[in-house]
Structure formats: structure tokens, C-alpha cells
Design a protein around this ligand. Structure first.
Ligand SMILES: Nc1ncnc2c1ncn2[C@@H]1O[C@H](COP(=O)(O)OP(=O)(O)OP(=O)(O)O)[C@@H](O)[C@H]1O
Ligand SMILES: [Mg+2]
Length: 259
């Protein structure tokens, strides 16, 4: 047992006959926001799945709140809010938006599972954070892709998780929804929650990030933004990296191409 929020040590993962992560290590010691970036196929989603206990490491260890996610998956998942890159809900399922958000709370309960008035309040509040309060009674399947994404984020928030794992949630959101989501992430940080967020580019999350993990299978750079954001460290992973100036500040565009 450790006192860390997340501790990953020399982690290697094999999927099929491919080693998709090799010797990855990083630690989260205090509530903070960690931005994970890396090219397609770098193993970012795989890393989140290891923390959720859905994939067994080949070598090394992962601990979440001192628990082994693979052996104590149910306990670990009760503490985590997860928004997958692609959600498996079939979009034809006749569930209302409210029911989808309430699933977040329900799944964390023991049997017999029942919903209290305060659960409904929390679910409505989470939906309001994402600017979707007026959609409570609508069918989830009838929302646009971006709106569905926001509902799924609200679902992850509704159980008030200690750790939030977000896999490319900014993709496909309009600017207003991105601003709302950044505001929610800022608020969660202030409430001492830990957020691990996978994205393809540094912008727009970079301003909120306490640490950055740049990942490409066996290459792993981890540290505070000012340590990590140097061309020397990033070029081996992102050969197409560009630095541009936007609104008076330097912005690094990673460009998604395999090293
Ligand atoms: N179930 C699986 N069986 C075999 N190989 C898999 C499986 N899932 C993922 N992989 C492979 O593992 C590698 C890493 O995949 P992963 O989804 O973790 O990458 P990623 O960094 O999230 O990429 P992206 O940015 O495209 O989402 C890829 O080469 C992928 O093809
Ligand atoms: Mg992925």
C-alpha cells in the first residue's frame, strides 16, 4: 500500500502479440490535473484501462489509491469517473438523458440498487454543469454527438468521483462547450479531485495542467509543464512539432505523427 493517488511503476502491457506499453512510470501524489498526450496508438487509452483494472499488466505495477486495480477492480472503479473515448452505449437504446446520467450513480451502488432524491439532484446538477439541464427528459439517442459527449461527462461527474479519467473528451465539442468543460475541470481541481485527461494536443487543457505525461509506448516524459515543454524532449516523440504564436503567447502544436 502506498499513500499515492496513482503510482505506475515500470509498467509494460501486451495486447495480442504487441507490447503496447513498455517500462512506463509516473506518480500522482496530490490532487491535480494530469494531461496525457501522445500520437495515435501510443497506448494512452490502454494506460487508462490499466488504471480501471480492465487490462492486466504484463510487467510492473499500477496502484490507484493504494489498491491494485486488476485484483480490486470493483473497489477502484467506485472511486473513478470514466469517460471512454468511444462509449459502448448503443445509441438506439431508448434511455432518457436523465437515465443515462443516473447510471453513473447507480453503477457505484451495492445491491439492491435504488435511486434517492439526492442522487437525482446530483445528476441534475452535473447535467447543469455541462449546460444541458433542459435536456433531462429527452432521449439520449436523439442528441447530437457533442451533446451525447457532454451527457457522458455529466454521468461521470454525478458520482462525485475522487479520480476522473477522461479520454479525448474535447474532440468534437464546440467552443462554448469546451469553455464550460474547462470551467468544470477548474472547479474539480479546486475541490481536490484528481483528473487524468488524455488529449491529442496540449491546447486547450494545458493552462490547467499541473503535470504532463507525454507517452509513446516505451517513451515516456513526465513532469511539470515547464520541464516537459521543451523541443528537445518532445521532438523524439513528435518529429512534426511546431511552435506558433497565438494571442501573444507561444503555443506548441504537437502534430500527430508517429516517431
Ligand atoms: N484489444 C486489443 N487487442 C490488441 N491490440 C490492441 C487492443 N486494443 C488496443 N490495441 C493496440 O494497442 C495499441 C495502443 O492502443 P491505444 O488505444 O491504447 O492507443 P491510443 O494512444 O489511445 O491511440 P489513439 O490516440 O488513437 O486513441 C494500438 O496499436 C492498438 O492497435
Ligand atoms: Mg485512445
Amino acid at each position: 500500500m502506498s499513500g499515492h493517488i496513482v503510482s505506475v511503476r515500470n509498467l509494460s502491457v501486451k495486447l495480442g502479440d504487441q507490447v503496447v506499453l513498455e517500462n512506463v512510470s509516473f506518480r500522482v501524489d496530490e490532487p491535480s490535473l494530469i494531461l496525457v498526450v501522445g500520437p495515435n496508438g501510443a497506448g494512452k487509452t490502454t494506460l487508462l484501462k490499466v488504471m480501471l483494472g480492465l487490462i492486466k499488466p504484463l510487467k510492473g505495477e499500477a496502484e490507484v489509491f493504494g489498491l491494485n486495480p486488476f485484483r480490486e477492480g470493483e473497489k477502484v472503479r467506485r472511486l473513478i469517473g470514466y469517460v471512454p473515448q468511444k462509449d459502448k452505449i448503443t445509441y438506439e437504446t431508448p434511455l432518457t438523458v436523465g437515465e443515462v446520467v443516473l447510471m453513473g450513480t447507480l453503477l457505484r451502488k451495492r445491491f439492491p440498487r435504488s435511486i434517492s432524491r439526492s442522487d437525482v439532484e446530483k445528476a441534475r446538477k452535473s447535467l447543469a454543469y455541462m449546460g444541458m439541464e433542459d435536456k433531462w427528459k429527452l432521449l439520449f439517442s436523439e442528441l447530437s454527438g457533442g451533446q451525447q459527449r457532454r451527457v457522458l461527462i455529466a454521468r461521470a461527474l454525478s458520482s462525485d468521483p475522487s479520480l476522473l479519467l477522461l479520454d479525448e473528451v474535447f474532440a468534437g465539442l464546440d467552443l462554448e462547450s469546451q469553455e464550460k468543460l474547462l470551467e468544470v475541470l477548474r472547479m474539480l481541481k479546486e475541490n481536490w479531485r484528481t483528473i487524468i485527461i488524455v488529449e491529442h494536443e496540449l491546447d486547450p487543457v494545458i493552462d490547467l495542467a499541473d503535470k504532463i505525461l507525454v507517452l509513446n509506448r516505451s517513451m515516456c516524459v513526465y513532469g511539470e509543464p515547464r520541464e516537459v515543454l521543451s523541443e528537445d524532449k518532445l521532438k523524439p516523440i513528435y518529429p512534426c512539432l511546431k511552435t506558433i504564436e497565438k494571442e501573444g503567447r507561444q503555443l506548441i502544436i504537437l502534430g500527430d505523427k508517429h516517431a
